[in-house]
Design a protein around this ligand. Structure first.
Ligand SMILES: *[C@@H]1O[C@H](CO)[C@@H](O)[C@H](O)[C@H]1NC(C)=O
Ligand SMILES: *[C@@H]1O[C@H](CO)[C@@H](O)[C@H](O)[C@H]1NC(C)=O
Ligand SMILES: *[C@@H]1O[C@H](CO)[C@@H](O)[C@H](O)[C@H]1NC(C)=O
Ligand SMILES: *[C@@H]1O[C@H](CO)[C@@H](O)[C@H](O)[C@H]1NC(C)=O
Ligand SMILES: *[C@@H]1O[C@H](CO)[C@@H](O)[C@H](O)[C@H]1NC(C)=O
Ligand SMILES: *[C@@H]1O[C@H](CO)[C@@H](O)[C@H](O)[C@H]1NC(C)=O
Ligand SMILES: *[C@@H]1O[C@H](CO)[C@@H](O)[C@H](O)[C@H]1NC(C)=O
Ligand SMILES: *[C@@H]1O[C@H](CO)[C@@H](O)[C@H](O)[C@H]1NC(C)=O
Length: 365
């Protein structure tokens, strides 16, 4: 196929166990609980220890509402209790100061929760600056929609806009920006929309985010019935550029039948989607002298990277340098002939390229 010759890959490996000083603080984090009253209500979330502020200082329009009491279950994230609703104007924009040229993870969260007592979920658009980011719709009132994009700002502010398309009143529950390392998640062009971010072989069944993840990426637990879990209680060095969370890297999936490959795929409904993949590995078992773990990674039937032999308790990230376009993308991770141990996978991230027009300095009232 035409696209196959563009496959170029790189192995990024932590070269040493040198102490890396994690920025455990939230410097550069922008955490807005949308609709939260402006005065005296900012708070530190007890589960994540993230400090949320009211969005009032970042937007001039919209009204504060609370979701309906029947949706306020005890384990509901606090950010979902208030929403900012936009009954007026077609287009309502947040204006958030950022550092020009920096890379940001931008996350927008929505839960309707019948906040307007209309009992009808709306459909509206989410824009990043001038460009459509996504159409937001809901299965029902308790559906939580979370959208993430990794984006480099070409201005010293970012506009995030809710746009009325006459299918109900737009609203938003939370908006979060996290600065990322410029040298990570590099694309040939465009921004990266998150499709999936999985903590393979999770033994806790819990999502992982800040503080475990310094960039506050949210990792979802994943286990497959043909796979089993490997884990370690030893510290895993996660000092490569990607800094995957240690609590994500200390577990891995491996096939139950050690002769079988790890087989999985990612797909979207749009067959023209362009994908970027990030596979995170760390050996979590002490390999004995008479053992070896070595495997090759095939993508859509072609060798993508290998052979790989992950370092003991050190994170390695193997990632795409070029977009890969297939409706459905099959990974096949299989041990080499002389490997005594089956393949492992600790974590995986999948993104889809979103091409945006050049940002313009147009003001929308
Ligand atoms: C709460 O956050 C807002 C930013 O939206 C800020 O203007 C305000 O001073 C903060 N209030 C307190 C008490 O920290
Ligand atoms: C927050 O932590 C408490 C106590 O550990 C737990 O019961 C609750 O489900 C957590 N909430 C969320 C939104 O994770
Ligand atoms: C990212 O790149 C921009 C522009 O080159 C630069 O101003 C900024 O300091 C860089 N940030 C980091 C974290 O490297
Ligand atoms: C909303 O949809 C989800 C998924 O389809 C379902 O599990 C849940 O029960 C529904 N909730 C309500 C209140 O209808
Ligand atoms: C993990 O969570 C799922 C869904 O909440 C549940 O069905 C399953 O039993 C949980 N597994 C463990 C090991 O806790
Ligand atoms: C699960 O494992 C069995 C036995 O190795 C294999 O035949 C089957 O194809 C596997 N299923 C999937 C979905 O990988
Ligand atoms: C393990 O996989 C191999 C190769 O697919 C197969 O020949 C063997 O029967 C499987 N063993 C079990 C116990 O399923
Ligand atoms: C496996 O065999 C190949 C040659 O067939 C060799 O290059 C490689 O080093 C071997 N790997 C291990 C882990 O022994």
């Amino acid at each position: 196929m035409e696209m196959s010759k563009h496959f170029l890959f790189a192995l990024l490996c932590a070269s040493s166990l040198a102490v890396f000083v994690h920025s455990q603080d939230q410097s550069g984090f922008i955490s807005l609980d949308c609709g939260l009253p402006a005065k005296g209500s900012n708070y530190t979330d007890i589960n994540t220890s993230i400090y949320y502020v009211s969005d009032a200082a970042f937007i001039d329009t919209g009204i504060s509402k609370t979701i309906s009491p029947e949706f306020t279950t005890p384990d509901l994230e606090k950010q979902l209790l208030y929403v900012r609703s936009f009954p007026e104007n077609i287009r309502n924009c947040y204006n958030i100061k950022v550092t020009n040229g920096n890379k940001y993870l931008i996350r927008a969260t929505f839960m309707y929760g019948n906040y307007d007592s209309q009992g009808k979920v709306p459909v509206f658009e989410l824009h990043l600056g001038e460009n459509l980011w996504s159409v937001i719709g809901f299965v029902n009132a308790s559906t939580v929609r979370t959208l993430e994009i990794i984006h480099v700002s070409t201005l010293d502010y970012i506009n995030i806009c809710l746009v009325n398309i006459k299918l109900g009143t737009p609203f938003i529950s939370a908006l979060e920006l996290r600065p990322l390392n410029n040298n990570t998640y590099v694309t040939k062009s465009g921004s990266l929309m998150l499709l999936s971010r999985l903590d393979m072989g999770s033994t806790t069944n819990q999502t992982v985010r800040y503080k475990d993840d310094v960039y506050d990426r949210i990792w979802k637990p994943y286990n497959f019935f043909n796979w089993t879990q490997l884990s370690t209680t030893s510290a895993v060095a996660v000092s490569n550029n990607y800094h995957p969370a240690e609590s994500v890297m200390n577990t891995a999936s491996t096939p139950k039948n050690s002769s079988e490959p790890l087989l999985f795929y990612f797909e979207t409904v749009d067959p023209t989607s362009q994908f970027y993949f990030y596979l995170h590995f760390a050996e979590v078992e002490k390999i004995q002298a008479d053992q070896s773990r070595e495997f090759n990674i095939y993508l859509n039937g072609k060798l993508w990277y290998g052979p790989v032999s992950p370092d003991y308790l050190v994170a390695t990230t193997i990632y795409s340098r070029e977009p890969i376009g297939m409706g459905r993308n099959y990974f096949w991770i299989i041990k080499t002939d002389n490997s005594t141990l089956p393949p492992i996978l600790n974590a995986v991230e999948v993104y889809i390229v979103k091409e945006f027009l050049q940002s313009q300095t147009v003001n929308h009232g």
